[in-house]
Design a protein around this ligand. Structure first.
Ligand SMILES: CC(C)(COP(=O)(O)OP(=O)(O)OC[C@H]1O[C@@H](n2cnc3c(N)ncnc32)[C@H](O)[C@@H]1OP(=O)(O)O)[C@@H](O)C(=O)NCCC(=O)NCCS
Length: 376
């Protein structure tokens, strides 16, 4: 089609509206985030994560009966299938990127599911329900294996977040820890058309299967510009080491034009609204653990980078501290995101299947003009 306009590449697809969606709304300039019309700050510390997953999949909160039935269905899928348990036990946890291990585990589940290619909403919802139950077990087992500890079997008497904490540490978590873990799950559950969700939608847009979409999404969220930043943020706090080191670190980072993990965002022009609860909970958990210096480092660096360059903290910044205080080993933080974001990926996958059109953009050709073969 000739529009008379010079063809132009939109770098990074910034601002491009690639699909319609009813799942999530972000107002970047105002710094607000709504799941299905509900503002994140109103429910992040109040709602149970599984109710949030239901909200994302079905469009509104479950009734008490739906909530109980859904929690029971998810809980029934916590146990590791033997093939996955065997794979994890032999996985090279000392050298592998944990995200590669999670990605492989999900891929194995797809290969072992004879109904993997059933793309109906009922089948996809059933697979997602099972994955919601299983992924915390996978990530908790991996976390323990990296520390040369035996995996801990799930406890059916504990709710989703408390059981996750239990499988991670081997101890029933204190109420404060279970509350923070649930809030972290809610925080990461959904975020519109971020790179991993776009990858998932692109994959099912070809009428490929649910597992393939989740594997695509895990591959995308692994990167350091996306979910990988949560591990990197903790690395920065460790590099700074003490609150006195903040000013020097900030000056050197800005001088070197270093991208500091946990700052900046493609859409928000304010502080990420998801940072508020994580900031508060990181402070509380750090104080309770007798390690307040981590939060002092974080608040100090946030202040410095805001004042000196107008940079805003994003979700990964304070979440890194929350996950550290909850007992996740460094390098496992991004895998935690998978246990939560699978809820949002699924909502978008269901939406894409329900009104699908192949996602197939174009590139602006910049190579050589047509030329004879064989060359002279
Ligand atoms: C998230 C991110 C990839 C968004 O990228 P983007 O929309 O392409 O934005 P840009 O990289 O073009 O950044 C715009 C400006 O802000 C600066 N900036 C953005 N994020 C920055 C960061 N984390 N540290 C330092 N400067 C940053 C850039 O240097 C650039 O400044 P300039 O105009 O003076 O060159 C980017 O902010 C980033 O790399 N952040 C760190 C990784 C991270 O935390 N990711 C998780 C996101 S939830």
């Amino acid at each position: 089609m000739n529009t008379g306009q010079e063809p132009r590449v939109v770098s990074g697809l910034e601002g491009v509206l690639a699909c319609g969606s009813s799942v999530c709304f972000i107002d970047g300039p105002a710094g607000t985030l709504l799941y299905r019309g509900y503002e994140i700050g109103d429910f992040v510390e109040e709602a149970a994560f599984l109710d949030v997953a239901w909200l994302l999949w079905h469009g509104d909160w479950p009734t008490a009966a739906e909530s109980a039935r859904f929690a029971a269905a998810v809980t029934a899928h916590r146990a590791l299938p033997p093939a996955v348990a065997e794979y994890l036990a032999g996985a090279p946890m000392a050298t592998a990127n944990p995200m590669a291990v999670v990605r492989t585990a999900v891929s194995m589940l797809g290969a072992d599911d004879p109904s993997a290619d059933d793309l109906s909403a009922a089948a996809v919802t059933a697979k997602a329900t099972a994955l919601l139950g299983l992924l915390p077990t996978v990530v908790a087992a991996m976390s323990r294996l990296t520390r040369f500890q035996e995996p801990v079997a799930p406890d059916p008497d504990l709710d989703h977040a408390a059981n996750f904490g239990y499988m991670l540490t081997g101890q029933r978590p204190a109420a404060r820890a279970a509350h923070a873990l649930n809030a972290a799950l809610n925080t990461y559950a959904e975020h519109e058309l971020n790179a991993s969700t776009f990858a998932a939608r692109t994959t099912v847009g070809t009428l490929s299967d649910y597992y393939s979409a989740v594997v695509s999404a895990i591959g995308a969220v692994k990167g350091s510009l996306h979910g990988g930043a949560v591990d990197d943020a903790m690395g920065v706090f460790a590099e700074i080491g003490a609150p006195e080191g903040v000013a020097g670190f900030a000056a050197a980072a800005l001088e070197a034009r270093r991208k500091v993990p946990g700052f900046g965002h493609r859409v928000y022009r304010t502080r990420d609204p998801r940072a508020a609860a994580m900031d508060r909970l990181a402070g509380e958990l750090g104080a309770a653990a007798g390690e307040p210096e981590w939060h002092d480092i974080a608040t100090g660096l946030e202040r410095e980078l805001k004042e000196r360059k107008g940079l805003n903290a994003n979700v990964d910044y304070y979440s890194a501290l929350v996950l550290h205080h909850l007992g996740f080993p460094l390098k496992m933080f991004t895998s935690f995101i998978v246990t939560s974001r699978v809820a949002g990926w699924t909502a978008h996958i269901l939406e894409q299947y329900a009104d699908n059109r192949l996602i197939r953009p174009r590139s602006l050709y910049q190579g050589p003009a047509a030329r004879p073969y064989p060359p002279d």
